[in-house]
Write a protein that binds this ligand. Structure first.
Ligand SMILES: *Cc1c(COP(=O)(O)O)cnc(C)c1O
Length: 383
């Protein structure tokens, strides 16, 4: 029986029965016209979601593969990038790029805050970068990047703007033809299937705008094979051709999930996530938990909540796991001091309300005085 657990980690997220049903449909040949149709429609729906006039790729792999594809297809070894990081996943771009001999400068914010745009402006003025990476929502901190400020800043200097959308896509605006001012646009958006799209883990999804495609063309040979978009381009145009066997059943699931995303409507889905984020944070704050990110920079998809004095993280999460609520621990220096809760994808308000109640009970079990009914009422009033 699927969905017995309240899987509230920041991905994978709860998977709807109808998506599981699609996933378990009969596996046809990857070149079968029925699979070709599902693939082409999936690509089209993805193109719509990102509103791109470039090319979209869906390949078997996790979000990290999509990060790698973004970098190796646009930046050559020896060239330099600027990594803007507000957490663990932003930092991942540093090691990733270095693995390919790419030079890296980075600007890191204190955890829970955004990077300072003045620092970014100074860095961009002082050096030449082929690309700048930005993590839309960093899953370690629950901070959302300010695209309205960063996109124009980066594009002024003609660097490619690469956006890691793994924890934001389908929950926050990622419009690749949106003009952020003087023609500034996002060049690459990458994501994975298992977060706000609501599919099990297994697909890397990435969109390249015209300038990013031109960068790939200029590079000629790159130090990648499976991750080389030139090997995938013919397949995405005609999925009856073969390069490497696609994850047929994952494509069924993704296709169904994307139909649901577009049926809900992108604007509705973004608004729903905004509301969910605010409501979860407000409800949990009544227990004396403190969000790591201020409301002005907080993500719509997940929240990192800091414990009050005296709460033991492992016991707290064990108590909840025994009652079917799975939360994530915090990372790095926050480990033991906070937990992370996802509120994205196809999670229902009913599930979140129940989880908020159980979180109250878990805190009470460690001696904290809480008003569960008041917390749940706060949540319900805001969603
Ligand atoms: C989860 C996540 C990743 C990594 O994705 P995997 O599917 O685990 O490889 C990268 N970036 C962000 C922002 C994420 O949330």
């Amino acid at each position: 029986m699927p969905n017995r657990e309240m899987l509230l980690i920041p991905g994978p997220t709860p998977v709807l029965d109808e998506i599981y049903e699609a996933l378990s449909s009969e596996t046809y040949a990857h070149t079968d016209p029925r699979v070709v149709k599902v693939t082409l429609e999936s690509l089209e729906m993805t193109r719509q979601m990102f509103n791109t006039d470039g090319e979209v790729f869906i390949v078997a792999g996790s979000g990290t593969l999509a990060m790698e594809m973004a970098i190796v297809n646009t930046v050559a070894p020896g060239e330099k990038i600027l990594v803007l990081t507000h957490g663990f996943f932003g930092d991942r771009f540093i090691k990733l790029a270095e693995s390919f001999g790419i030079a890296v400068d980075s600007i890191a914010s204190p955890w829970g805050q955004r990077v300072d745009p003045r620092e970014v402006a100074a860095k961009l003025a002082g050096s030449t970068y082929k690309a700048v990476t930005v993590t839309h929502v960093d899953t370690s901190t629950g901070v959302q990047a300010d695209l309205d400020t960063l996109v124009p800043l980066v594009k002024q200097h003609n660097a490619l703007f690469i956006l890691d959308g793994v924890c934001a896509t389908a929950a926050a605006v990622e419009d690749m033809q949106h003009d952020y001012g003087h023609g500034a646009k996002i060049d690459v958006v990458l994501t994975g299937s298992q977060k706000a799209i609501g599919v099990p883990p297994g697909l890397a999804i990435i969109a390249f705008g015209p300038q990013a495609l031109a960068a790939r063309a200029e590079l000629k040979r790159i130090p990648a094979y499976y991750a080389d978009i030139n090997n995938w381009l013919p397949i995405m145009k005609d999925p009856s051709k073969y390069f490497a066997t696609p994850a047929v059943n994952m494509l069924y699931a993704y296709h169904r999930a994307m139909q649901l995303v577009l049926a809900e409507g992108l604007e509705n889905r973004y608004a729903r996530h905004q509301k969910l984020g605010r409501a979860v944070r407000a409800a949990l704050a009544t227990y004396g938990l403190v969000p790591l990110a201020a409301e002005t920079v907080a993500a719509p998809t997940l929240t990192c909540m800091q414990y009050p004095e005296g709460i033991v993280d492992l016991e707290f999460r064990k108590f909840l796991a025994a009652r079917g609520v799975v939360l994530a621990g915090a990372l790095a220096s926050l480990a033991g001091k906070a937990f992370r809760i996802g509120h994205m994808g196809n999670v229902t308000t009913e599930t979140l309300k129940q989880a908020i109640g159980l979180i109250g009970e878990a805190l009470a079990a460690q001696g904290r005085t809480v008003d569960v009914a008041a917390a749940q009422a706060k949540f319900s009033a805001l969603v």
